[in-house]
Design a protein around this ligand. Structure first.
Ligand code: NDP
Length: 460
């Protein structure tokens, strides 16, 4: 049987574009790709990239405060010009979108700027009705923000909407305590918005190391976010142009904008999966094996639509490994067990890799090397901000099982620490490394004695 393409990719985000480029450019496959929205996907257009630029923009008041502590007595930020920032942001996103398109086309990928759905195991139907057959199909359609299904939740915005707002709200509520809620609360607060955050739990960033979560929770309050814990909205309604929010404790408050940051769902609806028999997991994610292959042999899936580790670099690796395996005769799997990540808060970020202390002690004895200190830079300025450096070490093997950093530039630091930890390094390797002085990160190589040891395995 002959096909129009060797590979047809649905979705022009990080995972899909990487797979398409490698398959076409490096392995000579005939590749088609359909994208219904802007090339670049969640990360480039409405996620990591614009978010990080907003984090940079939002840190000015904290920097000014710090600099006043260094003697710049008049340091002030003035008023944040959202319109000017958004104009520059739009230009930057357009530049990146064009680069994504150009690079894919240069590799030989044929791009269709339309929605596509599956017609059968080897056929994709585009929105204009044309059909394309392919020996392999890759689904890389990502995820979409999930709403919590309370009355009036249509009045709320989701993370995508922030980047499109004509003006910033005067008073905003973030709902949730995960990556997006905490980052958005930090951003809006830094841009001068009167910001509240309602989270149903007692500490934000569930799943991360507890000590780091405590510091993140404290920091949100310290920078001025009105963090309301153990609380969640139960009803929203429109009142005189504002949104009235009724909370689970019976209280009501009014906001100019309410953002749900309550998780994301795989974007599998309307994809025609019923025409193929591709199996889904209970979450709606496409079930794949370690080769990213679905229950239908000709159909593969990578990225957030598979709900494995929902991070851009992981999707890129999955897409690359898929292309090398299928078209390059270089079978490659992706490790999902040791993935570093960062939550971009201010002034302290949270960088993390490997087991948390709670997970590690649930598996057996663990030595905890934990240093909490006031870093030189902010302490001089009079700030009480604390930094955390933590290593979790398996006593029997001396292997480093996890590393958690809370403090300025923790994202940068964890990227570097992730290299030896991924290589399987020991605590002795950290000890043998000469410190760079004076840095905050030198603490990672100068912690001589365990702060505590958990002996017996306890359920995390
Ligand atoms: P998360 O899964 O991180 O957090 C969802 C939050 O919403 C949790 O606090 C959760 O509470 C809460 N929640 C879920 N359902 C409800 C409900 N029905 N009522 C009230 N609260 C609810 O999702 P995000 O939306 O923050 O981010 C989505 C994904 O995007 C992340 O998992 C991550 O993979 C990715 N991301 C990564 C970033 C990075 O790497 N820096 C930045 C932004 C996003 P609870 O904890 O109690 O379940």
């Amino acid at each position: 049987m002959t096909f129009d393409y060797d590979l047809f990719v649905i979705g022009g985000g990080s995972g899909g574009v990487r797979a398409a480029r490698i398959a076409a450019g490096e392995h000579g496959a005939r590749v088609g790709l359909a994208e219904e929205s802007r090339m670049g996907g969640t990360c480039v257009i409405r996620g990591c990239v614009p978010k990080k630029l907003m984090i940079f923009a939002s840190q000015a008041p904290l920097l000014a405060e710090e600099m006043r502590g260094y003697g710049w007595q008049q340091a002030q930020t003035g008023h944040f010009d959202w319109t000017a920032f958004r104009g520059k942001l739009d230009e930057e996103l357009t530049r990146l979108e064009n680069a994504y398109t150009r690079n894919a086309e240069r590799a030989g990928v044929q791009i269709f700027h339309q929605r596509a759905r599956l017609a059968d195991h080897h056929t994709v139907e585009l929105a204009d009705g044309t059909r394309k057959s392919a020996k392999h199909i890759l689904i890389a359609v990502g995820g979409r923000p999930a709403r919590i299904g309370i009355p009036g939740d249509e009045h709320a915005l989701v993370s995508d909407d922030l980047f499109l707002m004509d003006e910033l709200p005067r008073r905003a509520l973030l709902v949730g305590g995960g990556f997006i809620a905490c980052e958005y609360a930090t951003i809006l607060n830094g841009m001068g918005v009167d910001t509240s955050q309602a989270y149903r739990g007692d500490m934000v960033l569930r799943g991360f190391d507890l000590e780091a979560r405590e510091m993140a929770t404290q920091q949100l309050t310290d920078i001025g976010v009105d963090l309301r814990l153990g609380l969640t909205p139960v009803r929203l309604s429109k009142e005189a142009g504002r949104i009235a929010v009724q909370f689970s404790d019976g209280s009501t408050d009014h906001f100019d904008a309410v953002f749900f940051a309550t998780g994301r769902s795989p974007y599998t609806g309307g994809l025609g999966l019923e025409n193929t028999g591709v199996r889904l997991r209970p979450t709606g994610a496409i079930e794949v094996d370690e080769w990213s292959q679905s229950s239908v042999p000709s159909i593969f899936a990578v990225g957030d639509v598979t709900d494995r580790v929902n991070l851009t670099p992981v999707a890129i690796r999955e897409g690359h490994a898929f292309a090398d395996t299928i078209f390059g005769a270089r079978p490659r799997k992706v490790r999902h067990d040791l993935v570093a990540s960062a939550v971009y808060l201010r002034p302290g970020e949270l960088g993390s890799i490997g087991l948390t202390e709670e997970e590690a002690r649930g598996r057996g004895p663990v030595d905890v090397y934990s240093a909490v200190f006031r870093p030189m830079r902010s302490m001089f300025a009079g700030s009480n901000a604390r930094t955390l450096m933590k290593l979790l070490v398996e006593p029997e093997t001396d292997r480093v099982l996890g590393c958690h950093i809370f403090g300025p530039e923790a994202g940068e630091m964890i990227q570097i620490a992730a290299i030896p930890i991924t290589m399987g390094c020991t605590k002795a390797d950290f000890d043998a490394t000469m410190a760079v002085h004076p840095t905050a990160a030198e603490e990672l190589v100068t912690m001589r004695h365990p702060t505590r040891r958990h002996d017996a395995a306890k359920v995390a």
